[in-house]
Design a protein around this ligand. Structure first.
Ligand code: ADP
Ligand code: MG
Length: 610
């Protein structure tokens, strides 16, 4: 029998490799951007058309290539970045496999112009399929420009598997963001179909975050910084209150390479345990610097998964670094006093005689001053305002505490009798982080999640409708007409009577429409459409309950109508909320089972000071 094994032609081998390396337009973007970074670019321009299907162009002002290299770079395993296997253990560049350009050239029409800085002429190479159709000297600016046209023109199956333009563009933006975050010292821009999507000048990491995600992120992030022998950690964590259900704002870099790492993600999330709702993901941009020989980046062709020698140590250091910054910038009430109402101190009653505080404290003493000296990036300019403002706020705060102490001597004592105690009438309560109500109780301190608490209240009130007592409706100035899908319409209509009982003044109107004339009096949500949406969802979700219909309605209404986290509450509102919460059967939990109240005994507190 004759021999049957043959070597694959290069072109076929490249196409097979391309299947791994180039899955979609975003993969091309990633490879070209990374090559530009590796070439030492100070400025990179990305231009795409039709989500990268028609054109992906990357222009850099990096080192450029000699005429010979310009031809060679499209060969498989052609790389300038490693010479032998030892080099694999000291990789500082993005690429090293020499596969990307060969792969791209096998599935697209590529044109490249490149010129080295000390040369007068550049080189132009044009490649289509396996063939170099052009390779000649040309005029070119310093650096390199790649134009990749008609991706997958010769692999129709791949082309068909691409998602909508919107999805593919999203992937491209993700890659762009990753490279941009890793290299704030490189100016970068992106255009899509003639529109500028990003325009990033060089700057600090914080400026880069703000340039990519918007000005409001300046307020939302706190710096993280820790240096140890094993790893250096820098970057930012999003404040817990801005965590989200959806992922997508988690950026972890190792030696400036974006990676995904389940354990390290967990380290960040677990540092915020108790501060973010279960299932939410905090935003973060964390840069780890590790000796490259302790990192194995070679386990995956697209290199977002990485192995570490000291994984557990890094995990612990990362978690404690995040905790430390939360302590410095977030959890302690030395929050940013310039940002309004991060700590809402109730105004003092004018008629109340103000007792001069006798407590022996030094109001100028700033427990965080030592830490401040360590010069946290981005905080340098703030110190003086911080001191002045903080000591003023602290003075007021002590006065309030002092008054309470005098009026109710037992209140702050260390009695551990009963943790389930409602705060005393008239106890000073205040709001923290626009989400938590803090009140002293006999046995210590109580912290109430305003949203969970209000949901509990509304849920029980809606559940306790017995048909005879109708909840008050708050009439809308203009009745709202809502159009629903036939299915949703039918669902609501079948619960019309119950809804009316709950104060939802709603009527059927034609085959698919509803007219809403009034909402439950207690509702914080004035948009009837959104409220109906939540009710429909709750009805569809169902759930275990002896009165499933009523339960679902009450859940939907409670979710839709409740106070949200982020809302500033007045003193009277907070007091009313506490009163009504403690009138509930189950004050300690929201209707979905999340905790509504957390208490801290003096022991809990003292353990924080160890
Ligand atoms: P790798 O990046 O793994 O080395 P690539 O196929 O991406 O492999 O690139 C092959 C080689 O082409 C690189 O090693 C580099 O020498 C050269 N090259 C690619 N892009 C550029 C660029 N933008 N500027 C200068 N040289 C480049
Ligand atoms: Mg490369």
């Amino acid at each position: 029998m004759s021999d049957i094994i043959q070597l694959l032609p290069d072109f076929v081998a490249n196409q097979i490799a391309a299947g791994e390396v180039i899955q979609r337009p975003a993969s091309v973007v990633k490879e070209l951007l990374e090559n530009a970074i590796d070439a030492g670019a100070g400025k990179i321009q990305l231009i795409i058309k039709d989500a990268g299907r028609t054109l992906i162009q990357v222009t850099d002002d990096g080192c450029g290539m000699s005429p010979a290299d310009a031809r060679l770079c499209f060969e498989r395993h052609a790389t300038s970045k490693i010479a032998d296997s030892q080099d694999l253990f000291k990789i500082r560049t993005k690429g090293f496999r020499g596969e990307a350009l060969a792969s791209i050239a096998s599935v697209a029409q590529v044109e490249m112009k490149t010129r080295q800085h000390d040369q007068d002429l550049g080189t132009k190479v044009r490649i289509e399929g396996a063939d170099v159709s052009e390779c000649e000297p040309c005029q070119a600016t310093e650096g390199t420009s790649f134009m990749v046209r008609n991706l997958f023109y010769n692999v129709p199956a791949r082309r068909q598997f691409l998602k909508s333009d919107q999805v593919e563009t999203r992937h491209i933006m993700d890659e762009f963001q990753r490279v941009a975050l890793a290299h704030p010292d490189v100016a970068m821009s992106m255009h899509h179909n003639g529109t500028e999507v990003y325009h990033l000048t060089t700057g600090t990491p914080r400026q880069r975050v703000v340039g990519l995600f918007g000005n409001k992120y300046d307020e939302r992030i706190i710096p993280v910084s820790e240096a140890t022998d094993v790893v250096s950690i820098n970057g930012f964590a999003g404040k817990p209150e801005f965590s989200r259900k959806t992922r997508g704002e988690q950026f972890l870099f190792v030696n400036n390479r974006f990676i995904k790492h389940h354990r390290f993600h967990h380290a960040v999330v677990s540092a915020m345990e108790g501060l973010i709702p279960h299932g939410n993901h905090p935003m973060y941009v964390i840069y780890l610097d590790i000796d490259p020989s302790y990192v194995d980046v070679n386990i995956h062709p697209t290199k977002t998964e990485v192995k570490f020698r000291d994984e557990q140590a890094i995990y612990l250091i990362l978690r404690s670094a995040i905790k430390k910054s939360l302590g410095q910038f977030q959890v302690a009430p030395t929050l940013d006093f310039e940002a309004e109402s991060s700590l809402n101190i109730p105004p003092l009653d004018k008629n109340r005689p103000i007792a001069v505080p006798q407590i022996n404290v030094d109001p100028e003493y700033n427990p965080f001053r030592n830490d401040q000296k360590r010069s946290v990036p981005g905080m340098a300019g703030r110190k003086s305002t911080f001191d002045r403002q903080a000591s003023k706020e602290w003075k007021e705060f002590y006065q309030i505490l002092k008054q309470d102490r005098e009026e109710e001597p037992a209140q702050l004592s260390t009695g551990l009798e009963d943790t389930s105690h409602k705060p005393e009438v008239g106890a000073s309560v205040f709001q923290v982080g626009r989400n938590y109500i803090v009140a002293p109780i006999k046995s210590g301190l109580m912290v109430i999640d305003q949203q969970q608490a209000h949901q509990r209240i509304l849920y029980e009130e809606f559940m306790n409708q017995d048909g005879q007592h109708q909840q008050h409706a708050q009439q809308l100035l203009y009745p709202q007409n809502l159009q629903l899908s036939p299915g949703d319409h039918a669902l609501i209509v079948s619960h019309l009577e119950d809804l009316k009982g709950m104060g939802f003044d709603v009527e059927e109107f034609g085959a698919n429409d509803l007219i809403v004339r009034g909402l439950p009096a207690d509702s914080r949500q004035q948009d009837a459409g959104q409220l109906v949406d939540l009710i429909v969802n709750a009805l569809k979700e169902g759930g275990e309950h002896e009165r499933p219909g009523q339960h679902a309605l009450a859940m939907g209404l409670a979710r839709g109508a409740s106070i949200r986290s982020g809302q500033v509450l007045q003193l009277a509102e907070m007091r009313e909320l506490i009163d009504r919460l403690f009138a509930c059967e189950v004050p300690y939990y929201g209707p979905t089972g999340r905790q509504a109240i957390v208490t801290f005994t003096p022991d809990d507190l003292s353990s924080k000071f160890e």
